[in-house]
Design a protein around this ligand. Sequence first.
Ligand code: F6R
Length: 261
Amino acid sequence: MEVIIQPNNDAAAALVARIVAHDLRSKPQLVLGLATGKTMECVYHQLAQMHRTERLDFSQCRSFNLDEYVGLRPDDANSYRHYMDQHLFNQVNIKPSNTHLPDGMAQDLDAECRNYEALIQKFGGVDLQLLGIGRTGHIGFNEPLSALRSRTRVKALTPTTIQQNAPYFGGEAKVPRRAITMGVGTIIEARRCILLATGESKADIVAQAVEGPITSMVTASALQLHPRCTVVVDEAAAAKLREKEYYRWIFASEPEWEDYR
Ligand code: F6R
């Protein structure tokens, strides 16, 4: 795992967008794993801008989102399909048929989860997986106690996550109680993972995920097992990390990051 600390939210999101752009230019058929949520909005905004101003080309790439709420139609304003259309897919030249999210309205949810896993495999697995982190330490909707080898399945959301997402729904009562999510095992099979966390509300959980023990109580900690995972944080989200100076030194010294400094 590597940790990159950027001065603020915009700089952190810009760095993540540049990594995506770099990987997409190196491999136009990139299979992108995507996340939703407030943190990612800025990344998608930057990617849309790069598409307009630098002709960043999404025409051959394919995407798989981490999760979708159970019981929301794709055109529901709170569905993750709607979020993705609004923030990224309608802003760039990705083919709609190349974008995939689990179907939260499927009659047979278990079959939907199995099919989603099979589809990821069919297209060769995820090359680059973008991740946020929830206040419970979740990646995707892998809430505390999710098995670290779990696959795509239906998960109950915790009260903390329901509270976190309530503002979008106009109250906790309206937040769906369940979601389909890629499993922790599914996520860490991606060839590269980038976790972005910004803001002081993430400082505690980032420190636990990065410097704490690997535990199913904080599923983001499973990323410590990943051979190529980069955690990008702003100063506020980095506040509780003990080894900040070491991370800064690595970022300043490693040739891989020369173009990003
Ligand atoms: C969403 C997802 C979640 C979010 C996390 C952070 O697809 O997988 O894990 O990334 O809840 O959400 P924000 O960015 O809204 O704090």
